[in-house]
Design a protein around this ligand. Structure first.
Ligand SMILES: Nc1ncnc2c1ncn2[C@@H]1O[C@H](COP(=O)(O)OP(=O)(O)OP(=O)(O)O)[C@@H](O)[C@H]1O
Ligand SMILES: [Mg+2]
Length: 327
């Protein structure tokens, strides 16, 4: 049996209907192994959050298989399945304010995930007090409401809430991008400590490539709903094989993907613009790719092993590898 916590097979999510049917997540095959940190990067609109939300059960998929802890999940969960899924998978959102109930004290918010698991009141309170301290907040913060905390403090609570019920996977969707730069590193360090301490798997979605390089064991690169490159983080960052990954890394400035910097280099179709399903024949990146040739627009590429032990979905892979060898 696979040790994967999550297995995705040809996972798809389409929005709209009829002629306006747009492909979002489009045929993703990916596994998240126990205890690993999988980074997920790509430009704005490449469907990273949509993929995270599907895994967390917050967005139904349109097609494909989603297997969690060995159990094939239906498109819409019943109560039992939602409970099973949410004990195993939790999410940390970019907007910590929206993810907390404004009418609940911090201590009550922390206990909430435990109540749904049937943990008794005294044990839940004790655990919430422990986690308050573990994420670096004083006990007095427990009696406060979300609006009385700073963004960094609220995100600490969001993190405690995600870890408190000991899930197997925590999905972090841009967990620090709304925070002051001065607190970002503290929050990243906290996430890393907790991940190591509890051996929790993490799907870490971020624009900040430096943070992904620091945290992630493996990295997946997403372009218009597809995984175009996947592999061990050092290999992928040091020897990108997909022309899109190479552009993404080149555009990376001060650790953050600058969309403006990408624009002149990658012309044509922009990420976020969805190709209608009907014209979905070749490589999605071809209209923006300096290496594209007519054949690239004829058939979709699939993920293939590269010489640096990553996987890349590019028809020109052999030529890219020759170019790399020459450099
Ligand atoms: N509920 C929805 N209905 C229609 N379209 C949607 C819906 N949710 C997402 N989309 C489409 O999918 C696109 C990608 O969204 P998503 O938020 O997953 O991208 P992302 O890679 O997380 O971007 P960012 O880096 O900006 O967070 C959106 O631009 C939007 O067009
Ligand atoms: Mg997003």
């Amino acid at each position: 049996m696979s040790s994967a916590i999550v297995q995705m097979q040809e996972l798809r999510c389409h929005f709209g209907s009829g002629d306006a049917l747009l492909a979002a997540v489009d045929g993703v095959n990916l596994e998240i192994e126990a205890g690993e940190v999988l980074g997920l990067v790509g430009e704005s609109g490449s469907d990273k959050s949509t993929l995270g939300r599907i895994i967390a059960g917050l967005q139904p998929r349109s097609a494909g298989e989603l297997i969690i802890g060995g159990e094939a999940m239906p498109r819409h969960y019943n109560r039992r399945q939602f409970k099973t899924m949410s004990t195993q998978i939790q999410m940390v959102f970019q907007d910590s304010y929206a993810s907390l109930n404004p009418r609940m004290t911090i201590l009550a918010s922390l206990q909430e995930p435990l109540w749904s698991q049937g943990v008794d009141a005294a044990a839940a309170r004790a655990k919430a007090c422990y986690w308050l301290e573990r994420v670096g907040l004083p006990q007095s913060a427990g009696e406060r409401y979300p609006h009385e905390l700073s963004g960094g403090q609220r995100q600490r609570i969001g993190i405690a809430r995600a870890f408190i019920a000991e899930p197997k996977l925590v999905i972090c969707d841009e967990p620090v991008s709304a925070l002051d730069v001065s607190v970002q590193a503290q929050i990243i360090n906290l996430l890393q400590e907790l991940q190591t301490e509890h051996n929790t798997a993490m799907l870490f979605i971020a624009h900040d490539l430096a943070v992904v390089r620091f945290l992630a064991t493996r990295t997946a690169v997403m372009y218009l709903g597809e995984i175009v490159e996947l592999g061990a983080t050092p290999h992928l960052f040091e020897g990108p094989r997909h022309p899109y990954t190479a552009k993404l890394l080149a555009a990376h400035l001060d650790g953050v993907i600058k969309e403006r910097k990408l624009a002149p280099a990658i012309r044509g179709q922009s990420a976020g613009h969805k190709a209608p399903l009907a014209s979905d024949s070749g490589c999605r990146f071809a209209p923006r790719c300096a290496m594209a040739e007519p054949a690239c627009s004829a058939n979709p590429p699939w993920l293939r092993p590269t010489k640096v032990a990553t996987m890349a979905a590019c028809h020109r892979l052999a030529d890219v590898e020759i170019l790399k060898l020459r450099k």
